[in-house]
Design a protein around this ligand. Structure first.
Ligand code: ADP
Ligand code: MG
Ligand code: MG
Length: 208
């Protein structure tokens, strides 16, 4: 996976977020403040523009630029969290020109660590971590089993989707939704849903 692949990933995220903007906002309306779709749409559109302007030459530089743009453009909780995730991925990849599936798994693991360092959410707290953590595990397992890149990305995307759906019966213990206490039960977490979109976009970039 080269710089072009990661640029395709960001494009796929931007269009998936644009298409699901209202859905993400509805999820956030139920247990938050109804801005998650708008936040991410603004952020990933800006990330696309930043990439077009700067043409980063390595996957690492590209991901760091995306992360910095998200931190700058997305307000709320998700901006710094997703911004950190992309920056940590980029930092881990360094100057590597061609990223193997194993290295991508390491990068996603660094993203997860960054999110948890900043937000202190554990799995089961009903946050983006509930989609990201199983995706990281699924990708690492697929790599260990020697699956093809496409199949490995497929496994990661499926695990993220499953993790997002599994937030529905949970009570939120982090972020704005936690203020609702037991009333947060019965709704999918918006950040977990957007993480599933981001992993789905990775699969889409892999099958382009
Ligand atoms: P805000 O809640 O500030 O309006 P967003 O609506 O853009 O920000 O993002 C909300 C999402 O951020 C939540 O659905 C949750 O997945 C994620 N989130 C919030 N706090 C945390 C945290 N401490 N750790 C991980 N994810 C979090
Ligand atoms: Mg919100
Ligand atoms: Mg907000």
């Amino acid at each position: 996976m080269n710089t072009q692949f990661f640029a395709a990933w960001i494009q796929e995220i931007a269009s998936a977020v644009r298409a699901q903007r209202d859905h993400l906002t509805q999820l956030d309306a139920a247990i938050g403040d109804a801005d998650h779709g708008a936040n991410l749409d603004r952020g990933f559109a800006a990330a696309g523009e930043a990439l077009a302007g700067a043409s980063p030459q390595t996957p690492g530089a590209l991901l760091v630029l995306v992360g910095s743009t998200l931190i700058r453009k997305v307000g709320g909780a998700s901006g710094p969290l997703y911004g950190t995730a992309f920056r940590e991925m980029g930092k881990l990849l360094g100057d590597t020109a061609e990223v193997s599936p194993g290295r991508l798994a390491d990068a996603l693991n660094a993203a997860l660590s960054g999110v948890q360092r900043l937000g202190a959410a554990a799995e089961g707290d009903k946050t983006m971590v509930d989609a990201l953590a199983p995706a990281v595990r699924a990708l690492a397992r697929a790599v260990q089993e020697g699956l093809k890149t496409e199949e490995a990305l497929d496994a990661a995307a499926a695990a993220a989707e499953e993790g997002a759906k599994a937030t529905i019966p949970l009570q939120a213990r982090k972020g704005r939704a936690s203020y609702l206490g037991p009333r947060s039960v019965g709704h999918e977490d918006p950040g977990a849903a957007s993480t599933a979109l981001i992993l789905g976009a990775l699969r889409a970039a892999g099958s382009r």
